[in-house]
Design a protein around this ligand. Structure first.
Ligand code: LMR
Length: 347
């Protein structure tokens, strides 16, 4: 599945510069590893453990426990066991959970500008996307999240999304007409599907499988690893390899928790997160490829799923149909023209 994957840039992917509260950091930097205090860091996410996010969260757990010599007990809760989509950001604010990595769309009520990453066909490829995340635009977005009282740590990939349907093969934009598409809570995704005459329905990730199975929704979009690990392909008839949009995450830490850590443990969090981020980008590339092959095997052996690959012309037709929504988001309270044009112009 060429196209999803490209080289893994590691250069400046993460810059954790403290809890966003300098005064407090200085005061607390007196504490050392010798203090007996133990900390529990609960990391809640909605996908399966066997996804890029799930595996990177597990890696982070292991590394942080090692680095902190057991002083931080990291507990990872996958598959919406603890919180579903939007609920986790409220819980994080209250420090009921300490870490999460929600998809960008899910920050809609806090920093809607993060929906920049939802804009279809905005990024040429994954390297371009990483340059945007690791550059000025990415930093601006992280600062906005920090200003809202969270500690914005790191961007994590899932990958480019593919379209699926139980109704009709999605080859040209008009094929989407009238189909009920599940979307994350994102104004951009709503506009994207309205642009092709479809009927977008917001729904938490935890309800997508049953929604597809019971016909509450006809169609969906997700990267391969989410489709495979949640078996969405088993309740869809058609899968279109479209790469039309990107799905990724911002890892956020509870500010209260961060401030409660002594300086050396804050450093350990930073190091474990740096290592997990580097690993996560590679995992995202690898797992999406591996799991595509597994879906293909399923399609070939059961005959229950048709996989469609778009020609350049067909892809161009989708691009033309959906990229016309960009100006709707030029308002700074939505995404902002400077961010959109800044991303497009990033070399
Ligand atoms: C979705 O809701 O489709 C995704 O955000 C799930 C995830 O976290 O990858």
């Amino acid at each position: 599945m060429k196209g999803i994957v490209s080289s893994v840039a590691v250069a400046s992917m993460l810059l954790f510069t403290g809890c966003g509260d300098t005064k407090k950091e200085n005061n607390e930097s007196q504490t050392t590893k010798q203090t007996a205090e133990q900390f529990v860091l609960k990391f809640s996410h909605v996908v399966s453990a066997n996804t890029p996010k799930g595996q990177a969260a597990d890696f982070f757990e292991k590394r942080l426990e090692e680095l902190s010599e057991g002083r931080i007990d990291v507990q990872v809760y996958p598959s919406s066991q603890l919180y579903t989509d939007n609920a986790v950001l409220k819980a994080l604010k209250l420090d009921s959970v300490q870490m999460a990595a929600p998809a960008f769309s899910k920050f809609g009520k806090i920093v809607p500008q993060l929906a920049l990453f939802d804009l279809p066909f905005l990024f040429k490829d994954i390297d371009h996307l990483h340059r945007v995340q690791d550059g000025e635009v990415g930093q601006k977005l992280k600062d906005m999240v920090t200003d809202k009282g969270y500690v914005a740590l790191s961007f994590w990939d899932n990958g480019f999304k593919q379209l699926s349907s139980s109704q009709k093969p999605l080859v040209l934009p008009e094929d989407a007409q009238g189909q009920k598409f599940r979307i994350m809570s994102s104004k951009v995704l709503e506009a994207q599907f309205h642009a092709v005459g479809a009927n977008p329905q917001m729904m938490p990730f935890s309800e997508v499988y049953s929604g597809l199975q019971q016909g509450v929704i006809d169609a969906a979009e997700n990267p391969i690893s989410n489709i495979y690990t949640k078996k969405f392909h088993e309740v869809q008839k058609y899968l279109t390899i479209s790469y039309h949009g990107y799905l990724g995450y911002l890892v956020v830490l509870s500010k209260k928790f961060c401030n409660s850590l002594p300086a050396d443990l804050q450093e350990d969090v930073k190091q474990a997160m740096n290592e997990a981020t580097e690993k996560e980008r590679q995992l995202a590339a690898d797992l999406n490829n591996e799991q595509f092959n597994l879906i293909k095997e399923y399609a070939d052996s059961t005959g229950k799923l048709e996989i469609l690959h778009l020609t350049d012309e067909q892809k161009e037709a989708w691009r033309t149909a959906v990229s016309k929504i960009y100006p709707e988001f030029y308002d700074n309270n939505k995404i902002g023209e400077d961010l959109i044009k800044g991303a497009l112009a990033t070399e």
